[in-house]
Write a protein that binds this ligand. Structure first.
Ligand SMILES: *[C@@H]1O[C@H](CO)[C@@H](O)[C@H](O)[C@H]1NC(C)=O
Ligand SMILES: *[C@@H]1O[C@H](CO)[C@@H](O)[C@H](O)[C@H]1NC(C)=O
Ligand SMILES: *[C@@H]1O[C@H](CO)[C@@H](O)[C@H](O)[C@H]1NC(C)=O
Ligand SMILES: *[C@@H]1O[C@H](CO)[C@@H](O)[C@H](O)[C@H]1NC(C)=O
Ligand SMILES: *[C@@H]1O[C@H](CO)[C@@H](O)[C@H](O)[C@H]1NC(C)=O
Ligand SMILES: *[C@@H]1O[C@H](CO)[C@@H](O)[C@H](O)[C@H]1NC(C)=O
Ligand SMILES: *[C@@H]1O[C@H](CO)[C@@H](O)[C@H](O)[C@H]1NC(C)=O
Ligand SMILES: *[C@@H]1O[C@H](CO)[C@@H](O)[C@H](O)[C@H]1NC(C)=O
Ligand SMILES: *[C@@H]1O[C@H](CO)[C@@H](O)[C@H](O)[C@H]1NC(C)=O
Length: 655
């Protein structure tokens, strides 16, 4: 018997779905999106009916995204009809056999696995580098699932390093299917070595939640057309020479290496940081679960018990603000204000089919250039990398400060990408300079109102947070010396609240920020905006009939210039010569809006359920010219209603 089944029998319903439950440390708080999510199960068929034999092909789900380079050319990974893949004028990358008889491209099957009761039971496999010359790696993760199932979290590790984090779509009775292609070239140093592969996809199957996750994961290795991926400008940066994990480092034991925060400190001691490093960038992977899944809609800490009597329990707190901090030997090195990813069961599940939310299949990692710390990191000693996630604690009025922890829980890892000087005996020196990292500025107003007999009816708040930081050092490497600087400037606002005695939520949320790394050999800048408007109501009649309604409008705007560590999406357009001349493009620009409304109804006796969602997404991806103009490269405008795509316009462009 699986350990979780055993625990479920002992602990009863509360633990039946440990990634949805109210947290493991005694907190009884629960967000309405979690409270009512546990009644849904991602299907509109009654739970009492046994799964019918599918009479139609599975529904193709997709995340709208720019195409990715594969040996077939620029390949779409957001098609709703498979196979609709490549731009019309694509020519496949030519297959070659080199003098040693090795052929390229080549594809390796990494995993073909069904995840059933897979808590604590990840897929474990061994990877051996293929006998195939490559400078590019793209993975293909394909999943089929039928029945009822929640949205689940998947994490892919090469040894101790997390290399990709995803979540799954909720199925239909007749089945769903999706594919996700991802450029994994940034991890080239890992792909060149044998690795233990760990794919952790925590699923539970029982009489109600019947969806088995049938997955296939392949990696394709290939060489881009000769001479195309050059140096400089927006051209893809040479992959890091080394990737150092900030994780539990359990890969050799065939276990997932993520930290579960705050129960665990997300901290690694790095004893072997190379002394000849000339650049180091940390990327952080975080995902809120349980009381932190809908952190962007959590209430002010002072109001967690405001609706206890009417809502039936506490709300998750620590405010609707989160900051992820990266600390090196206790010094703040940078922050990430996370993108509020809404997974496919989120708010109302009908919002997410067949078009899943922004980043639902590919949770982005934030890049923090820690090169100003090289004089410290290259001193030959041990150094501590610590990831903290904080919210806010308020006084019930207008004062708030960063908390020291959050509610349960966050899955966390980080990685350090390191570039080395050629001379293995070189030692990077310098002086650790100004660490200007003052506390954030926080402005807060709030109002709690009662009805005539004194029951708390609404909470309204207006929260604004801003911070900037600058870290600057003098760094001397084998070939360069000079000032190396990391700067960030971020602002956050959320005009939100709770109404209907605790059942309804409203958030007009926005994060915007700009990060930059400069130095004699580095030039990187990213600006971003994460707007989100969510308005939701939940009504439960005396008989227990549940009605949900929501409007969720979410956007993403990202511009990246210079030497990004992770792919920006421009790589394929550059490699195939789809943009005029590489040196006239400074960076990439991605702009999207995905707006939807959905409703859901089920009577108290759970005899049936109905609901439908309407979504519309406009997505554009392009290159930024030095004059600030945009060269459009990929554009999609797609709409769906009640699980069906109703309109779809796609264009590829470029030279
Ligand atoms: C991805 O993998 C699936 C399953 O192996 C396969 O059917 C599909 O054709 C692949 N997609 C691409 C773009 O190669
Ligand atoms: C998943 O695989 C199982 C066998 O492991 C099979 O019985 C089931 O039909 C598959 N489901 C889908 C949706 O393909
Ligand atoms: C209303 O909310 C405040 C703040 O959380 C709380 O102190 C108070 O007890 C609540 N009143 C009622 C009647 O629940
Ligand atoms: C105030 O709200 C409470 C809880 O819903 C309810 O019991 C009470 O009747 C309401 N008072 C009035 C005057 O509506
Ligand atoms: C939120 O939705 C409710 C219910 O549909 C509506 O009455 C209210 O006006 C909406 N609020 C905003 C700010 O859109
Ligand atoms: C609740 O659902 C039951 C069963 O469908 C129905 O008979 C009843 O009218 C519903 N009550 C309300 C208030 O909608
Ligand atoms: C989505 O809604 C926002 C405001 O909520 C609006 O600015 C944007 O144009 C809408 N986009 C689409 C694609 O409907
Ligand atoms: C692509 O099509 C959309 C309309 O669907 C249009 O607005 C956009 O300008 C087109 N882009 C290019 C590059 O042709
Ligand atoms: C949604 O589609 C289903 C059939 O798949 C249909 O029974 C239902 O009436 C539709 N709902 C709406 C609101 O159109």
């Amino acid at each position: 018997m699986n350990i979780w089944v055993l625990l479920n029998l002992v602990a009863g319903i509360a633990l039946a779905h440990p990634d949805l439950g109210p947290g493991k440390r005694g907190s009884s708080a629960i967000h309405p999106f979690v409270k009512y999510k546990s009644l849904l199960g991602g299907d509109t068929t009654p739970s009492t009916t046994s799964a019918p034999t599918p009479t139609r092909p599975p529904l193709e789900c997709f995340q709208v995204a720019e195409p990715v380079l594969t040996p077939s050319g620029l390949t779409r990974r957001d098609a709703s009809q498979i196979p609709v893949f490549v731009a019309a004028d694509q020519k496949p990358i030519e297959a070659v056999v080199d003098g040693g008889g090795q052929s390229s491209p080549c594809t390796v099957l990494l995993m073909d696995h069904t995840f059933a009761n897979s808590y604590g039971a990840p897929f474990v496999g061994e990877y051996t580098p293929p006998a195939c010359d490559f400078d590019h790696v793209v993975i293909n993760f394909t999943t089929k699932v039928r029945g009822r199932q929640y949205d689940r979290t998947g994490v892919f590790y090469l040894g101790d390093n997390e290399v990709w984090r995803t979540s799954t779509a909720e199925p239909t009775s007749y089945g769903i299917r999706w594919e996700w292609l991802k450029d994994m070239t940034a991890f080239q140093s890992l792909w060149k070595q044998p690795q233990t592969i760990i794919f952790d996809l925590e699923n539970i199957v029982d009489n109600t939640y019947t969806g088995l996750l049938n997955t296939t994961l392949t990696a394709t290795f290939f060489k881009t057309p000769a001479g195309k991926p050059g140096e400089g400008g927006a051209r893809s940066h040479r992959p890091a020479d080394l990737v150092i994990p900030v994780s539990q480092r359990l890969g050799a034991e065939g276990k997932p290496s993520q930290f579960v925060y705050p129960a665990q400190e997300a901290k690694s001691i790095v004893a072997d940081f190379p002394r000849n490093a000339n650049r180091a960038v940390v990327t952080v992977d975080v995902k809120g679960q349980g009381n932190e899944e809908f952190w962007w809609s959590n209430v002010l800490q002072s109001a967690t018990d405001a609706f206890d009597d009417t809502y039936g329990g506490a709300y998750p707190g620590y405010s609707p603000f989160r900051e992820v901090q990266v600390l090196i030997d206790g010094h703040l090195a940078g922050v990430s204000w996370p993108f509020p990813v809404i997974y496919t069961g989120g708010v109302v599940p009908q919002l997410h089919r067949p078009i899943v939310g922004i980043q639902a299949f590919d949770i982005a990692e934030h890049e923090i250039d820690v090169s100003p710390f090289l004089p410290l990191l290259c001193d030959g000693g041990s150094h501590t990398f610590d990831i903290k996630i904080l919210g806010l604690i308020d006084d019930g009025a207008s004062s708030a400060e960063l908390s020291t922890t959050t509610d349960d829980e966050w899955y966390v890892t980080a990685k350090i990408f390191v570039w080395l000087d050629d001379d293995t005996g070189a030692v990077t020196t310098g002086s650790l300079g100004n660490l200007y990292t003052s506390a954030p500025t926080i402005a807060l107003t709030q109002r709690l109102t009662q009805n005539a007999t004194g029951a708390n009816e609404t909470l309204e708040y207006n929260l604004a947070v801003s911070r900037s930081l600058t870290i600057s050092s003098y760094v001397k490497t084998q070939n360069t010396e000079g000032t190396v600087t990391w700067t960030q400037s971020l602002s956050y606002s959320n005009i939100g609240g709770v109404s209907g005695f605790g059942n309804n939520n409203l958030n007009a949320f926005s994060i915007s920020g700009a990060d930059a790394a400069t130095g004699p050999a580095t030039n990187y800048a990213m600006s971003y905006a994460y707007p989100l408007f969510a308005n939701s109501t939940a009504t439960v009649s005396p008989e227990g009939n549940l009605t949900l309604w929501a409007q969720v409008d979410q956007g993403l705007h990202v511009e990246v210039r210079g030497d990004a560590v992770l792919p920006t999406g421009l790589e394929g357009f550059l490699a195939l010569g789809k943009i005029a001349a590489a040196d006239t493009i400074e960076g990439s620009i991605l702009r999207t809006w995905r707006n939807g409304t959905a409703d859901y109804y089920r009577p108290g006796d759970n005899s049936y359920s109905t609901g439908a969602g309407r979504t519309h997404q406009v997505f554009s991806f392009g290159g930024i010219r030095p004059d600030g103009g945009v060269e459009d490269l990929y554009h999609r405008d797609v709409s769906a209603f009640n699980d069906t795509v109703t309109a779809d316009h796609v264009n590829f462009s470029g030279k």
